[in-house]
Design a binder for this molecule. Structure first.
Ligand code: NAD
Length: 478
């Protein structure tokens, strides 16, 4: 049993004033592995006070000084990458290979952000005036469990690059990963108060961060529902908000696509991170006249996806994070059947031999119509819906018929055609022929998938406020 007792305020690991304990459960075994002690409103206020006190000096540091901190953060996080990967596997069932890759990338993020900061123009001339980009202030960072360390690292790195100080409220479901990352932040030797981390419940610590006048900006990643609550609370003090929210991304297979490659890639795009990815391509749109071929290939590809203990090499799909999320996914699978979708593979219940943990059968539905619940709502599990279209225009209309707009995918052997369709899709990112990585280009959503962008120069700008100094000629105008 592992008990996580401390939170991190003003450069010190401290026992929180809050006394509530939350259980830590391994989703692969369903067994209790420990507990985490949660902070309360008083802890949150202390963390905000520490960040406020640290802000004046930190906001005046040079980019060279902040670059040195980002380098130290990289080194500290890289040194613990294996521990972090193990925590990912243990805590939310991330398959081993992807967990190792993600943990290494979490470390590299600090260097990517350092480079972006070094290339950024913090002072420019616009019109006849000097424009200075100043740090926005104290940032409240609230993150989900589904890639916890990675989200925290990106947001903290960017805040530091801008000269901001932060209070982080990680998901209560990722306490082990948070603990490792906090130890790395401590090892990097940041000035006290620059980074503060308060474990706690969303409706307690998260709500206090969202409303407290000492917070100038919120950077939130999580569900659209919670994002709206945060934005409402934040507006009273006019906090800046960056919201990275949910998705129901369309994957459009044009009729000239290479189906033998595109369909396994579509299964991968839907089942990534055990189906728990905001960017998952959960709606596969295919030409009606190719449906039978698609069904055969999709069933084959989904059944080739090995479900099992995420510690085992070769396992591509681990468990769902909690029993509650497992039940939620089961509910959607049952609704899909009840509303008349054709179950191609998978379905309700756990895969044979994996009854102890929160495992879901990789599930694919065909003959899904745009109005069905499984085509509209974010499921957050390995459940793919296949819909058909007759024309390219209809494909675009179905793809855009959603309140979300985070990502989209298009496959075609004709790049010009794929680009044309990509241009018509309402989404923050559109991937052509597969899934691509670019963590410098902006990331974020249209519509109810969020507000603002992260990564690269656009992400850095979101932590900066432009201040204009006029009168550069130092003469009174006539
Ligand atoms: P969630 O919205 O339930 O929780 C996210 C965070 O918000 C947690 O730390 C939680 O404690 C906190 N929170 C909950 N209630 C709060 C409140 N009233 N005030 C302030 N904070 C509160 O999301 P989750 O279940 O942890 O993660 C899954 C969701 O996140 C999915 O909807 C997914 O699409 C989304 N997500 C989006 C992105 C993106 O970049 N767009 C990335 C990953 C996940």
């Amino acid at each position: 049993m592992r008990n996580i007792e401390h939170i991190y305020i003003n450069g010190q690991f401290v026992i929180p004033h809050g006394t509530e304990m939350a259980d830590l459960v391994n989703p692969t075994s369903g067994q209790l592995t420990g507990q985490v002690r949660l902070g309360d409103v008083e802890d949150t206020r202390r963390a905000i006070a520490a960040a406020r006190a640290a802000f004046p000096a930190f906001s005046r540091t040079t980019t060279a000084e902040r670059g040195a901190y980002l380098q130290k953060l990289h080194d500290a996080v890289a040194a613990r990458a294996d521990d972090a990967a193990r925590a990912l596997v243990e805590e939310y069932g991330g398959p081993l290979n992807t967990s190792v890759g993600r943990s290494r990338y979490t470390a590299r993020m600090f260097l990517d952000v350092k480079k972006v900061m070094e290339d950024h123009a913090f002072v420019k001339t616009v019109g006849v005036s000097k424009v200075v980009l100043e740090p926005v202030g104290v940032v409240g960072i609230i993150t989900p469990w589904n890639s916890s360390a990675w989200f925290i690292a990106n947001k903290v790195a960017t805040a530091i690059a801008a000269g901001c100080t932060v209070v982080v409220k990680p998901s209560e479901l990722s306490a082990v990963q948070n603990q490792i990352l906090t130890e790395c932040f401590h090892a990097a030797g940041l000035p006290p108060g620059v980074v503060n981390i308060v474990n706690g419940r969303g409706d307690v610590v998260g709500a206090e961060i969202s409303a407290h006048p000492g917070i100038d900006k919120i950077s939130f990643t999580g569900s659209t529902l919670v994002g709206k609550t945060i934005a409402r609370a934040a507006v009273d003090t006019m906090k800046r908000v960056t919201l990275e929210l949910g998705g129901k991304s369309a994957n459009v297979l044009l009729d000239d696509a290479d189906f033998a490659k595109a369909i396994p890639a579509a299964i991968q795009a839907c089942f990534m991170n055990n189906g728990q990815a905001c960017i998952a391509g959960t709606r596969l749109l295919v030409p009606a006249h190719r449906l039978e071929q698609v069904k055969r290939l999709a069933k084959e590809a989904a059944e080739a996806f090995t479900v099992g203990d995420p510690r085992e090499a070769g396992v591509a799909l681990g468990p769902i994070v909690t029993s509650k999320q497992y039940e939620r996914v089961q509910h959607y699978i049952r609704i899909g059947i009840e509303e008349g979708a054709e179950l191609l593979t998978g379905g309700p219940g756990k895969p044979q031999g994996l009854e102890a943990g929160y495992f879901v059968k990789p599930t694919v539905f065909a003959n899904v119509t745009p109005s069905m619940t499984i085509a509209r709502e974010e499921i957050f599990g390995p459940v793919l819906s296949i819909l058909t279209y007759e024309t390219e225009d209809e494909a675009v209309a179905i793809a855009n018929d959603t309140p979300y707009g985070l990502q989209a995918y298009v496959s075609s052997t004709d790049l010009a055609r794929a680009n044309r369709v990509a241009g018509r899709l309402i989404a923050g990112r559109v991937h052509i022929n597969g899934i691509h990585d670019d963590l410098i280009a902006p990331f974020g959503g249209f519509k109810q998938s969020g507000i603002g962008r992260e990564f690269g120069p656009y992400g850095l700008d979101a932590y900066l406020e432009p201040k204009v100094i006029l009168g550069q000629a130092a003469q009174y105008p006539d």
